[in-house]
Design a protein around this ligand. Structure first.
Ligand code: HEC
Length: 137
């Protein structure tokens, strides 16, 4: 049994490795860490917004999404500076993701749970669409 488990583990590992067809985008190293910092903040913002909604604080949640992931976050992220190091389709995925976040913020303001869930779902699909396609390290 232990042997089978080990085998399955190794097998799944190699499958994951073989499936990594992400395109490598080379960024200057300071930009690489800047971008990863932004990314971690996106995830933190999603978690924070969900925590606020669970506490009934819809407006605060909408603000978190808009200011940290939405279109209003672009300048703070240095997006225009970073964009020129990215291939065009990657830029487009980034832009689409920021717009989706702004749409989600509007849905949250309406305090409709179902629409809000839908909005989170579409936004996170946008995150994944880029993650399956590109890597920077
Ligand atoms: C335009 C492309 C793009 C979009 C959109 C995007 N990401 Fe990323 N993300 C990346 C890349 C590239 C990496 C680095 C992958 C690598 O090389 O390891 C990354 C890494 C991350 C990491 C790991 C950070 C670290 O320090 O290792 C997190 C967390 C993350 N993204 C969250 C998100 C979330 C949440 C969203 C959506 C709200 C999102 N990302 C949208 C491209 C994107």
């Amino acid at each position: 049994m232990k042997m089978i488990t080990t085998l399955l583990f190794l097998l799944s590992f190699s499958v994951v490795q073989a499936a990594d067809t992400r395109e490598h985008v080379k960024l200057p190293s300071h930009m690489q860490s800047h971008m990863l910092g932004n990314m971690r903040d996106h995830l933190a913002a999603l978690a924070e917004a969900q925590r606020l909604i669970a506490a009934g604080k819809w407006n605060q949640a909408a603000r978190v999404i808009e200011t940290r992931i939405g279109v209003s976050s672009l300048r703070a992220h240095g997006a225009s500076h970073m964009a020129k190091f990215m291939p065009k389709p990657m830029q487009a995925l980034g832009t689409a993701m920021h717009h989706e976040a702004s749409r989600l913020a509007l849905k949250i303001e309406e305090e409709d749970p179902r629409q809000t869930f839908k909005g989170f779902s579409v936004l996170m699909q946008r995150c994944n669409a880029c993650h399956v396609r590109y890597r920077i390290r």
